[in-house]
Design a protein around this ligand. Structure first.
Ligand code: ADP
Length: 824
């Protein structure tokens, strides 16, 4: 093979330019026409001047056709673009005509693979395309004709249906129009109703149109909230409410306009002019965009609710809450302190409880108005004979129902209600003991009101001390003392007490009386000793000292001269030294007895005995004389002196017998052995026959006066004895009274017998003693013999008959001794 010089690119291109088919070469992304052969220039309808120009400048008509872009794509991508029958509108022969080309845009690349030129070849296939188009059109026409024919037939048939349908449609239309009309009317109505509703709605409603926010409508509520009238309708919001400028609302509304999104405001603060000044109000509101049929926001509806009050209230509540939380903190702090205190309290309470429970005094706390038992200590449980479980937490009356009828519930109530404490001593209380039944105790009780820290009364602190034993012991002592005092009183004993240390002398009232002191007068030991008669003073003082300091027995009888009336009294004093014991100091104490009466009695007895001896001695001496003489004449009984001596002896024996009778009667009377033998008898007969010895004596005339027929029921012998006694006395003590009157008187159911003489009478001071035993008005004298027993025995006999005896007498005026006895 031979070697040829390689053709240059431009040579190659010139060769190509000779081709009958249109060829063009472009370079660069601006598709600069490097070369174009005549066929191409002819196709373009241009000359060689287009060479060097950008294709788009060369063929401006292609600017809105795809070719330039297709070429640029090939330049950039290096990928060939080959196609058939592409349509191109070109300005050829001064007119724009349509051509069709098969074409190829080939990317020419260098050795590196970079595109450095595009080769454009084209083949005009316009005629072919156009004839094909004509053919196609003719075919299409034919097809269309055929189709039209078929359609025409179809149309003819469907025309009728169409007509029917048209009628139906017309009807529907009419119907629809009617409905639309009704609907429109309803809508109008509902709209007006809506407007009316909105106008009076309780929420604020306004509508703003356009971005200028023209107030299209505003109901009463919103006007009210704004503080404006309906005059603002039609004005821009910013002008109507200038105070809104600078607040957030206007920008938000604009944003709603722009975005078409609703905006919800919750409790938003607004500053609005109300009554000429700016007020702070809070509202919940919605900006709702209203859109036209195209979806554009045409207006905004504002609905708002004023919640100022709620918000302020909530703010207040919040503030309150904050304050509360502060208080809470303080509270919790103080609660902690309280807790601490409580712990302390608890501790001391426990301590207190322990102390309470160990306390030997019975103590219990009674809580509330029902006296619920709390904190009973061991001592009170022991007293109650109950366990802690049996009583704690229970009201007193449910534990001890028997207390209900006793005074305690009333006292508890009083203490609980008034807060005054109550102290009572030695009060009886009954408990129903399971074993022993109803049992009596004596208690000292102290009820003290109990208060809590705030001073509220919560109950009673009760202290109850069982003093039953103590009281019973004391009662026994008291009883013994009472008995002793009774014994002392009835024995008329005076008592005295001398403290051996201080020599303090304590006399009883009776002692003072015995010594002649007045009740109110002081009587010390010296004053007492001063009254002791001289003959006894020394021995009494000595005996007292011996008893007091040596413990000698002290029992003395001595005389005193009483303080004021200076009477001599006989005293018996006894005493004993009591050594000091726990309760008292050493003392010398004892009794004083007025024994004057006894001493006088003894005196009288002594006197009586001497008198009785003397009285008996006289008739016995005379009897003895008579018997001695009779003894002389025993050999010569015919001596006339003998009968005289016998009479004398008899007389003496009668006297002795009488004396012995008196003595016997006295003894019997004393021993209560004076028995009565009652019979009915005539009192005047009895008086007539008694005392014959006096009548026979011839010295006195016994004159019986009064009711001669009176019969009485009595012991005749005893009544006779009384009358004899009184008549004998009259004869004895009124020897010169010739007449002695025996007078019978009837007094209702009694008979009164009086023995009246005209003797010397009896001194007034002696009269009260006449009927005493052994009493003789003038016993010292020997003028009248007697035992002083006659009147005593008489009075006893009359008393036994249920009658009385007495004397009416005056010195120098005679005496009338009388007695009364019941007639039957
Ligand atoms: P007696 O006659 O044994 O002394 P009575 O008891 O009979 O005892 O009398 C007591 C006293 O009363 C007498 O001692 C006497 O002083 C006085 N008396 C009694 N009767 C009379 C009288 N008719 N006139 C005056 N004195 C009288």
């Amino acid at each position: 093979m031979s070697t040829y010089n390689k053709l240059s690119d431009s040579q190659l291109l010139e060769i190509l330019a000779l081709s009958a088919d249109p060829i063009a070469i472009y370079i660069g992304e601006d598709i600069i026409i490097q070369s174009a052969n005549n066929a191409m220039l002819k196709a373009w309808g241009r000359d060689k001047q287009v060479i060097g120009k950008s294709l788009i400048d060369a063929l401006p008509e292609i600017s809105n056709q795809p070719f330039f872009g297709m070429l640029q794509k090939v330049w950039h991508t290096g990928i060939d673009d080959i196609g058939k029958a592409i349509k191109a509108d070109l300005f050829v022969d001064e007119k724009l005509s349509t051509y069709y080309f098969d074409y190829s845009y080939l990317a020419i690349k260098n050795s590196d693979g970079n595109v450095y030129a595009i080769m454009h070849t084209a083949k005009d296939v316009t005629e072919k395309v156009l004839s094909l188009e004509v053919l196609q059109k003719a075919r299409e026409k034919e097809e269309a004709f055929l189709r039209e024919q078929a359609l025409n037939e179809e149309l003819a048939t469907s025309n009728e249906a169409l007509h029917n349908a048209q009628e139906h449609l017309h009807k529907l239309n009419v119907d629809l129009e009617d409905r639309v009309q009704i609907r429109t009317a309803a809508l109008t109505k509902s709209e007006s109703r809506l407007r009316y509703l909105l106008a009076d709605a309780p929420i604020a409603i306004a509508v703003f149109t356009s971005e200028e926010l023209i107030i299209e409508s505003a109901n009463k509520k919103v006007l009210e909230a704004w503080g404006k009238t309906a005059e603002i309708i039609g004005k821009p919001l910013g002008m109507a409410l200038p105070e809104l400028v600078g607040q957030s609302f206007l920008p938000i509304l604009k944003e709603v306009f722009r975005s078409g999104e609703p905006y919800f405001g919750n409790e938003i603060k607004a500053l609005l002019e109300q009554n000429g000044k700016i007020e702070e109000v809070y509202c919940n509101f919605v900006y709702q965009p209203i859109k036209d049929e195209k979806g554009n926001t045409s207006s905004i509806m504002l609905t708002a609710n004023l919640v100022t009050e709620q918000v302020l209230a909530r703010h207040n509540i919040q503030q309150l809450n904050e304050e509360l939380s502060v208080i809470n903190e303080e509270l919790s702090e103080s609660q902690e302190k309280l807790l601490a205190m409580n712990r302390d309290l608890k501790a001391s309470e426990t301590r207190l409880d322990q102390i309470l429970s160990e306390l030997p005094t019975p103590v219990v706390v009674l809580l509330g108005e029902n006296q619920v038992v709390s904190n009973p200590n061991n001592s009170i449980l022991q007293f109650w004979k109950k366990t802690r479980e049996e009583v704690v937490g229970k009201p007193m009356l449910s534990i001890f129902p028997e207390l209900a009828e006793q005074p305690f519930p009333k006292i508890w109530k009083q203490v609980y209600e008034t807060g005054d404490k109550v102290i009572r001593r030695e009060k009886p209380v009954y408990f129903n003991n399971a074993d022993t039944g109803r049992q009596l105790y004596y208690v000292d009780y102290y009820y003290q009101p109990l208060h809590d820290l705030d001073g509220n009364r919560i109950g009673i602190l009760a202290t109850v001390i069982d003093v039953t034993d103590k009281l019973e012991a004391r009662k026994m002592v008291e009883q013994a003392e009472t008995k002793l005092r009774f014994a002392i009183d009835s024995s008329q004993l005076g008592t005295w007490y001398i403290d051996t240390q201080t020599r303090e002398f304590i006399p009883s009232l009776r002692l003072k009386q015995i010594f002649g002191f007045y009740e109110s007068e002081e009587m010390d030991f010296t004053a007492a000793t001063k009254l002791i008669t001289e003959e006894y003073l020394d021995i009494v003082v000595e005996a007292v000292n011996n008893a007091m300091y040596k413990g000698d027995k002290f029992d003395m009888e001595y005389t005193i001269t009483t303080l004021h009336d200076r009477k001599i009294k006989w005293i018996r004093a006894t005493g004993k030294l009591y050594e000091a014991d726990g309760s008292r100091t050493a003392n010398f104490s004892g009794t004083i007895q007025d024994i004057t009466e006894r001493k006088l009695e003894e005196q009288r007895k002594d006197d009586f005995l001497s008198i009785a001896s003397h009285e008996l001695k006289t008739p016995i001496t005379s009897l003895k004389g008579s018997l001695q003489l009779l003894n002389k004449f025993r050999e010569n009984l015919s001596n006339p002196i003998v009968p005289k001596l016998v009479d004398q002896a008899n007389g003496s024996v009668v006297k002795i017998t009488n004396l012995i009778d008196d003595l016997l009667n006295t003894t019997r009377t004393n021993e209560g052995q004076l028995h009565l033998n009652k019979t009915k008898f005539s009192i005047s007969e009895m008086l007539d026959t008694c005392c014959n010895h006096v009548r026979m004596g011839g010295k006195h005339d016994l004159i019986v006066q009064g009711d001669n027929d009176l019969q009485i029921l009595a012991d005749e012998a005893r009544i006779d004895q009384v009358v004899v006694n009184l008549v004998n006395n009259a004869a004895k003590y009124a020897p010169h009274s010739r007449a002695i009157y025996l007078i019978i008187e009837t007094l209702a159911d009694q008979v009164k017998i009086s023995i009246k003489d005209n003797g010397p009478g009896i001194a007034a001071e002696k009269i009260p003693h006449l009927f005493d035993r052994y009493y003789r008005a003038d016993y010292s004298g020997t003028q009248y013999s007697g035992l002083g027993l006659g009147l005593y025995i008489s009075s006893e006999i009359i008393k036994r008959h249920g009658g009385s005896i007495g004397v009416d007498s005056e010195l120098g005026k005679g005496s009338t001794f009388w007695f009364t006895i019941p007639i039957s």
